[in-house]
Design a binder for this molecule. Structure first.
Ligand code: AMP
Ligand code: MG
Length: 348
């Protein structure tokens, strides 16, 4: 199929693609999504086919405002408090589903992920379509998420009916996912809304172990999607955590010919002769979030044999950046802050 290029002037055309069961590349403030009518089982099945996504990995339903919540889930009071504070924005809430939501969206779970995106063009398209939009990130399953129309077309050209150019994504990593069906609420994926912000509103918030480490053999993840390798470029990645100058020097001392580096801007000059992708300044985690997926994507097709990456600390947006780098590395992490050395192979 031919993938139609659309712009902000084509809201009606984009809405029509969704209403008739087509697949639409849709800009959000987090990453580009692969959207379809979330009430149409066949359209939702096409999302899984286009991405090569495992059937047991559920999708998020995107709505234009919090007053749509009650159509699709049992919205507890905390959901409205959080919506008031963080919506529209990069927060997905897991809530008990209502029968209106097809099994194809939730992968058969009794819960559904709900989000109201902040990108005005995205909300205008959803409102014009008049249906909730089921959308995972617009990448081929396993690859880094797309943060521009060009990134998404790399993976989806010819596989989707249309794509809307909404410019580069302002946040750059996927939404924060918070499970409100548990007490205390549990962070399943860190994103643009930080753990500190959630705790300021809710008090106690648990952090799922899958956020910071590889799930061990026989461990059951809370959400099926959490068990999959993610965000990975083709070459293996090693993440080095700790003080920025120390990790930069560590990488410089171990780097072999043909290997690449993801580093903070300040250290880019250390690696002459190697492919270097910049995360942003060491103290600018918002820039790092915007750049992390592009940095990982940039190594594909270059023949780089291995990738070393610096990584921010876990405060604020650093938790989301560090989680994406960790997942890209299969949690193969060298931690210079203590004597700990964590490795993806032994799943510690
Ligand atoms: P993606 O947008 O591709 O990053 O995928 C959506 C993410 O939301 C995946 O990590 C899913 O596992 C997660 N998700 C969606 N629905 C649920 C749910 N009902 N319970 C837990 N996680 C969910
Ligand atoms: Mg994804």
């Amino acid at each position: 199929m031919k993938t139609e290029r659309l712009t902000a002037a084509d809201v009606e055309r984009a809405a029509e693609i969704l209403r008739r069961g087509g697949l639409l590349g849709i800009p959000t403030e987090t990453v580009y999504g692969l959207g379809a009518n979330g009430l149409d089982e066949e359209a939702v099945a096409r999302i899984f086919a286009a991405k090569g996504r495992p059937q047991d990995n559920p999708l998020i339903l995107h709505i234009p405002s919090a007053d749509w919540l009650e159509r699709y889930c049992e919205a507890v009071p905390a959901a409205y408090t959080l919506a008031e504070r963080f919506w529209p924005g990069p927060l997905t809430m897991i809530l008990a589903r209502k029968p209106a939501v097809p099994d194809a969206v939730t992968a058969g779970l009794d819960t559904v992920g709900m989000r109201c995106p902040a990108h005005p063009l995205c909300r205008a398209i959803i409102a014009a379509a008049g249906v909730p939009v089921a959308a995972p990130s617009g990448n081929t399953s396993g690859r880094p998420s797309p943060t521009s129309m060009a990134d998404m077309l790399e993976d989806m050209e010819g596989k989707i009916d249309g794509i809307v150019d909404g410019g580069p994504c302002a946040v750059g990593v996927e939404s924060t996912i918070l499970d409100l069906t548990e007490q205390p609420p549990r962070l399943l994926r860190p994103g643009g809304v930080t753990l500190e912000e959630l705790r300021a509103v809710l008090g106690e918030v648990a952090v799922d172990p899958a956020v910071t480490r590889l799930m061990g053999e026989g461990e059951r993840p809370r959400a099926p999607g959490m068990k999959y390798r993610h965000y990975a470029p083709k070459a293996p990645v090693t993440v080095v955590k700790g003080d920025a100058a120390a990790t930069a020097a560590y990488i410089q001392s171990r780097l072999k010919a043909g290997e690449g580096v993801v580093c903070f801007d300040e250290f880019a000059g250390l690696y002459a002769g190697h492919q270097v992708e910049r995360l942003g300044p060491a103290d600018d985690k918002a820039a790092q979030a915007r750049n992390v997926f592009d940095a990982l994507r940039a190594f594909d097709g270059t023949g780089v044999t291995a990738i070393w990456s610096q990584c921010p600390d876990e405060a604020g947006l650093g938790l989301a950046v560090s989680n994406r780098l960790g997942k890209a590395a299969g949690f193969h992490i060298i931690d210079l802050t203590g004597s700990r050395r964590r490795s993806g192979e032994n799943g510690v």
